[in-house]
Design a protein. Structure first.
Length: 136
């Protein structure tokens, strides 16, 4: 059992060490600071499935540490919940594939309502359509 646990820890540590550290982190932090703490908006997170669970956890963690944040389910956004977005907000979307249909539809709706709201993208595929069309 001990060997299995050590193997898991080593694999997880290796995975974390292979996450590329780019200027995008600083850009994302700057956007969060500007939109939430200067413009008095909120961070709105979104994702489907497991990515949605992560987005929800991110929102609750930010909220509990003094950064107003809320989770927006991308499918529910299409049926009335998009009203949670306000002009000074910031949207963070998570999609491992970078091709999640519901996220793409959420961004289409967001762009029609508030095109100036910036979007932070977290994806496992830097060459995905989602990663290519957005700024962070």
């Amino acid at each position: 059992m001990k060997e299995k646990v050590e193997k898991i820890f080593k694999a997880e540590a290796s995975a974390i060490m292979n996450i590329p550290v780019t200027d995008s982190y600083e850009k994302a932090v700057g956007l969060i600071y500007e939109h939430v703490h200067v413009k008095k908006g909120k961070l709105v997170t979104s994702g489907m499935g497991k990515a949605g669970q992560m987005a929800h956890d991110i929102a609750t963690t930010f909220s509990s540490t003094g950064t107003p944040s809320v989770f927006l389910h991308p499918s529910e956004a299409q049926h009335g919940d998009l009203g949670v977005l306000q002009e000074n907000d910031l949207l963070m979307v998570i999609s491992n594939s970078g091709k999640t249909r519901e996220i793409d539809e959420l961004l289409f709706l967001k762009n029609n309502l508030f095109p100036a709201i910036p979007v932070i993208v977290i994806t496992g595929s830097e060459n995905s359509p989602l990663a290519q069309r957005l700024i962070v």
